[in-house]
Design a protein around this ligand. Structure first.
Ligand SMILES: [Zn+2]
Length: 256
């Protein structure tokens, strides 16, 4: 079990660091945000970035800095003098409501925040990350931080069965089956938000976007089913997977 917990802490620390590397928690936002992951063998607990560090920025997080909490957001284990992150209820309430979710990310990304204040629904504007904006993303209508169980439950309610929630003038939350999915989902969400912002600047709030059916078709591609790939597949040991996560995971883990 110790090995498993060490692996989870390592993945969560890397997820926090990757958010800075991806530009989602840098500059004035370098200390704002947190990644968490549910403990696979103990789904009533999760590991998350805490508070109480000498230098409290996401880019400096180490596995040994991580805090373990239960589904009520109580501190269970962590370094001496550590606390849960302020908005622990975002994580605990989503894990309680969604047994299928194994990782949650919260950060304050520029364009997602900006578009939440401008009241603009994010629409599909490019292929990458289209799944994040295929349906309107719910907006939590308060800018203050999430502190109470009630506020956390409301965020979880708005999330529903989806992958993302925007917090008005505050930030965004993504949920996934893994740290990879929640972190990359956040990067893709911010990418779509930036393109939406540029489109509003270019043509106003009624700008064109990718039609729903055309956007949805992106999710149903099966390139390896084509005969020219089928002929080659039996001869290769490792199938390629188009994810930027292994690159960022390795990049940020060098001194961990
Ligand atoms: Zn926040």
């Amino acid at each position: 079990m110790a090995d498993e917990l060490d692996e989870v802490k390592s993945e969560v620390a890397a997820g926090n660091r990757a958010l800075t590397e991806l530009g989602l928690a840098a500059g004035v936002r370098a200390s704002l945000g947190h990644v968490s992951m549910r403990v696979p063998s103990d789904p009533g607990r999760f590991v998350v970035k805490g508070r109480g560090y000498r230098i409290d920025v996401l880019q400096r997080m180490r596995p040994e800095d991580m805090v373990t909490c239960d589904l009520d957001g109580n501190w269970v284990d962590g370094p001496p003098d550590s606390l849960q992150c302020n908005e622990i209820k975002i994580h605990s309430c989503i894990y309680k409501a969604r047994p299928d979710v194994h990782s949650v990310v919260h950060v304050h990304p520029d364009y997602a925040v900006l578009m939440s204040v401008l009241g603009q629904t994010l629409k599909p504007m490019a292929q990458e990350g289209v799944q994040m904006v295929l349906h309107p993303i719910p907006v939590f209508p308060h800018t203050k931080i999430i502190e109470s169980e009630e506020e956390g439950r409301e965020v979880a309610r708005l999330l529903g069965n989806g992958r993302a929630v925007l917090l008005l003038g505050h930030g965004a939350v993504t949920a996934g089956v893994s740290v990879e999915e929640s972190v990359i989902g956040m990067a893709q969400l911010e990418h779509q938000a930036r393109l939406n912002y540029l489109a509003v600047c270019a043509m106003g709030p009624d700008h064109p976007s990718i039609p729903h059916e055309v956007a949805e078709a992106v999710l149903h591609i099966t390139p390896l089913k084509q005969p020219h790939f089928q002929a080659r597949l039996p001869h290769i040991k490792r199938q390629t997977r188009a994810s930027i996560w292994p690159y960022y995971r390795e990049l940020v883990s060098r001194d961990m």
